[in-house]
Design a protein around this ligand. Structure first.
Ligand code: IMP
Length: 193
C-alpha cells in the first residue's frame, strides 16, 4: 500500500524531484495544494535546519500524516557562506538573478571562488522529534553565466562532480549529483529501512 507524505511546497520542480525518487519506493507525495491547504511561512530561522523545521511544523498542524520540508541555498566560502539562507531574498532584493551574478562577481574579485549548494530536509512525524537529512554539492562560482538550464544560481555554479555548470547540465545530470538529490536519497534510505 502507498504510504502518504506531505511535502511542504507548491513548487512543481521540487515536487517532481521528490516524487521521482520516493514514488517507486511506495510513497505517495502530496503538496499543500492537493489538500487545499494555504499557508505562508515566514522563514526567519538562523540555519537551514531551523527554516526547514519551521516550514514542516507550519503544515503539520493541518494533517495527521508525516510531513517533509526543505530549505536550500548557495554558500560561498570566501563570503562566510553568503548568500546561504538568503539566496532567494538576496536575488529578489537586487531585482533578479542576473544582477545577483554580477554583484557576487564584484564581491569575489581576488578571492577564492569555492562554493557549495546545501539542502536540508526536515521530516516531522506526529509525536516524534524532527529528523534532518542533508546534502551538499561542491563547486565554484563562474565569472560568466554558462548555459540556460535549471533555475536560480545554476548558470554561475560550476559543479566539480559534473565538470560543467549546472546551467549546462540536463535535468538527469543535475539530479545525479545535486544537493537536494543527495538529501532526498538519505531520507529515502531512512524511510525504507
Ligand atoms: P528554497 O530551498 O526553495 O527556499 O530555495 C532557496 C534558494 O536557493 C532558491 O530560490 C535559489 O535562489 C537557491 N537555490 C537552491 N537550490 C538551488 C539549485 O539547485 N540551483 C540554483 N539555485 C538554487
Amino acid at each position: 500500500m502507498n504510504k502518504p507524505l506531505l511535502l511542504s511546497t507548491n513548487n512543481p520542480g521540487k515536487l517532481k524531484e521528490y516524487r521521482d525518487i520516493l514514488a517507486p519506493k511506495g510513497y505517495l507525495i502530496y503538496c499543500p495544494k492537493d489538500l487545499a491547504i494555504e499557508i505562508e511561512v515566514e522563514e526567519n530561522g538562523k540555519t537551514f535546519r531551523e527554516n526547514s523545521c519551521l516550514k514542516a511544523k507550519a503544515i503539520s498542524e493541518y494533517v495527521n500524516i508525516p510531513v517533509i520540508a526543505d530549505d536550500s541555498g548557495l554558500c560561498i566560502d570566501a563570503l562566510d557562506d553568503f548568500p546561504g539562507l538568503y539566496s532567494a531574498r538576496y536575488a529578489a532584493s537586487l531585482g533578479g538573478y542576473p544582477a545577483a551574478y554580477a554583484d557576487l562577481n564584484k564581491k569575489l574579485e581576488g578571492k577564492s571562488r569555492l562554493a557549495r549548494f546545501h539542502c536540508c530536509i526536515c521530516l516531522l512525524e506526529k509525536g516524534k522529534k524532527p529528523l534532518y537529512f542533508e546534502g551538499d554539492c561542491l563547486g565554484r562560482i563562474l565569472t560568466e553565466p554558462q548555459g540556460n538550464h535549471g533555475f536560480g544560481y545554476d548558470p554561475i555554479f560550476f559543479s566539480d562532480e559534473l565538470g560543467k555548470a549546472f546551467g549546462e547540465a540536463s535535468e538527469e545530470e543535475k539530479d545525479a549529483v545535486s544537493h537536494r538529490a543527495k538529501a532526498i536519497a538519505k531520507l529515502s534510505l531512512y524511510l525504507c529501512l
